[in-house]
Design a protein around this ligand. Sequence first.
Ligand SMILES: Nc1ncnc2c1ncn2[C@@H]1O[C@H](COP(=O)(O)OP(=O)(O)OP(=O)(O)O)[C@@H](O)[C@H]1O
Length: 222
Amino acid sequence: MIRFEHVFKRYPERGEALSDVSFEMNVGEMAFLTGHSGAGKSTLLRLLGLLERPTRGQVVVHGRNLASLPRGQIPFHRRQVGMIFQDYRLLPDRSVFDNVALPLVVAGLPHKDIGRRVRAALDQVGLLKRERATPSALSGGEQQRVGIARAVVARPPVLLADEPTGNLDPDLSREIFELFERFHAVGVTLLIATHDLSLVRSMSHRTFTLHDGRLVKDSGGH
Ligand SMILES: Nc1ncnc2c1ncn2[C@@H]1O[C@H](COP(=O)(O)OP(=O)(O)OP(=O)(O)O)[C@@H](O)[C@H]1O
């Protein structure tokens, strides 16, 4: 589902953020991505979401080589890869419903399908009753669940999360990770960047470790 082949990413002003990174993930696999601050975790996820392009090497998702993906297929790719962020990135002046609907509105889905799909996604994250609320009326854990509903509403086969529990306390963090387990159980491929090593250790999934832009460890899991 995901393949990195000798991937390098250099930011002109900062030098190499990723150096010669190669790995593969199978369909339905769930893995963690760890490493010190600045190790390159966000960069790796941004390459997968096509928010950045590699300087060298190949990134392949679902058989599509992102380096040679025609411009017109970028929106389609983005719908195949749901992204979840530490700071949730919700629109503060729009309702929970509107925030979750956004990817479907952008994709031009018919109105009646949008309502059905948004409610299904909110149900999955346990927020069906809050669709009219604005994000500021929600707790951090709830806001992140809105972020997750938005990421899954277009039913992407791949979910990427960048420090999804970085702003949450341990109990809420565990709830978010349990939610990820449920998507894993239905066959979604997940890659989750996190500093939360105690949660990582308690969950026995494959774990990648980056150090100074290099993949130094690939371990764990069943
Ligand atoms: N848009 C950018 N422009 C320039 N340099 C960048 C950019 N994004 C990241 N970098 C640099 O690339 C390196 C890797 O950063 P990255 O954000 O990928 O690391 P990270 O492991 O996600 O760190 P953190 O845990 O702090 O989020 C760092 O040196 C960072 O300063």
